[in-house]
Design a protein around this ligand. Structure first.
Ligand code: NAD
Length: 355
């Protein structure tokens, strides 16, 4: 199992260091993994004049999975768009054909008070949002600006999904639902959009191959409302690119802490790029205060979804839960009567639990 490790910028290298310590423990205990580091984002620009150097592309193509820290920072804000760190991330997703974006929103019982919702609404929340990542109105052609017949400027975009694109993401969703509680909610806007009518038809048809999964459909406006009204009614949510963009950010805020949430973007062969959902946090970089748990939980996701190493994945997740239960907190999730620790110490605590 080969992993391309891309620490990136800002807090990226600090949080990645802790994730690699976790991988090292698993390797010492017999898991057959190896990894190699590459540069991306601002680090890629500094090293090779490109936010996605060709060596990094080659490294990630040879690897079975990619583990990424974060990219970006104020030093690079004045660069031309093509050289900006975020372009490295967009390009690698394209290079690797990553079409399925998995965004879990998990509320650990000890952190329920950090949510903006009442603790009883979110305590125990364990939700997975699956967003299609390469189609929809973000990529549909034609798009652009033109003059109307009346001579007024207008902007336009094209929302579209083909049957094969919907089938592909629907199968991933049903597979995930099968491995969880067997509940899948497909979110669309079929009361208004033709694209959504097709989406609903195709998802329903694919559902016939998964009789054990209970499939429901919901309009996106209602889903946005239900997520803040009663989020625990959901287990897996499947949706397209634009709706998923918005709903996954909404869901992540239910957990109250950006430093806790991992994510995955997968290709057709389940090769994935795993990363925390947060950015490079330049405001706290180099201070040993960043929360490494989202990156450590990204390792757990990688073990589960790309390598099928459920036991190793559970071991990492269990260690994180135990550390929180014992009261260890980085500054972003610190509350009264808990122990505030730095990035390195949080890594130590997870490692100790794993041992
Ligand atoms: P950010 O997620 O980096 O930070 C938002 C806030 O959350 C900051 O106050 C930060 O200190 C805090 N935070 C983030 N991660 C944390 C962690 N692990 N532990 C503790 N606190 C944490 O978002 P931003 O400030 O809008 O963006 C900063 C840079 O990151 C920008 O250059 C942006 O383009 C880039 N970015 C990269 C990614 C990515 O690599 N996937 C995602 C979002 C933003």
């Amino acid at each position: 199992m080969k992993i391309a490790v891309l620490p990136g910028d800002g807090i990226g290298p600090e949080i990645m260091k802790q994730a690699l310590r976790v991988l090292q423990i698993l390797k010492n205990d017999g898991l057959s993994i190896e990894w190699e580091e590459g540069a991306i984002g601002g680090a890629g620009y500094d090293n090779a004049g490109d936010p996605l150097p060709s060596e990094t592309v080659a490294l990630t193509k040879q690897a079975d999975a990619v583990l990424l820290g974060a990219v970006g920072g104020p030093t690079y804000d004045c660069l031309p768009r093509a050289m900006r760190p975020e372009q490295g991330l967009l390009r690698i997703r394209k290079e690797l054909g990553l079409f399925a974006n998995l965004r879990p929103a998990v509320v650990f019982p000890e952190l329920a008070a950090a949510s903006s919702l009442k603790p009883e609404l979110v305590e125990g929340l364990d939700l997975m949002i699956l967003r299609e990542l390469t189609g929809d109105i973000y990529f549909g052609q034609p798009r652009g600006r033109r003059k109307t017949e009346a001579g007024e400027d207008e902007g336009f975009d094209t929302m579209k999904y083909s049957v094969s694109e919907i089938e592909r993401i629907a199968r991933v969703a049903f597979d995930i639902a099968t491995k969880r509680t067997g509940k899948l909610c497909s979110v669309d806007k079929a009361n208004v959009l033709d694209t959504s009518i097709l989406w609903r038809e195709v998802v329903t048809k694919i559902g016939q191959d998964y009789p054990s999964v209970e499939l429901t459909h919901m309009y996106v406006d209602n889903a946005a409302m239900q997520l803040v009204r009663e989020p625990k009614q959901f287990d897996v949510i499947l949706t397209g690119n634009i709706f998923g963009d918005i709903l996954s950010d909404e869901a992540s805020m239910l957990t109250g802490s950006i430093g806790m949430l991992p994510s995955a973007s997968m290709d057709v062969n389940r090769k994935g790029l795993f990363e925390p959902i947060h950015g490079s946090a330049p405001d706290i970089a180099g201070k040993n205060i960043a929360n490494p748990l989202a990156t450590i939980l990204s390792v757990a996701m990688m073990l589960k979804y790309t390598f099928g190493e459920t036991e190793a994945s559970d071991r990492v997740e269990t260690a994180v839960r135990a550390v929180l239960a014992k009261g260890f907190r980085t500054a972003d999730i610190h509350q009264e009567a808990t122990r505030c620790v730095g990035t390195e110490e949080m890594g130590d605590a997870v490692i100790n639990e794993m041992r």
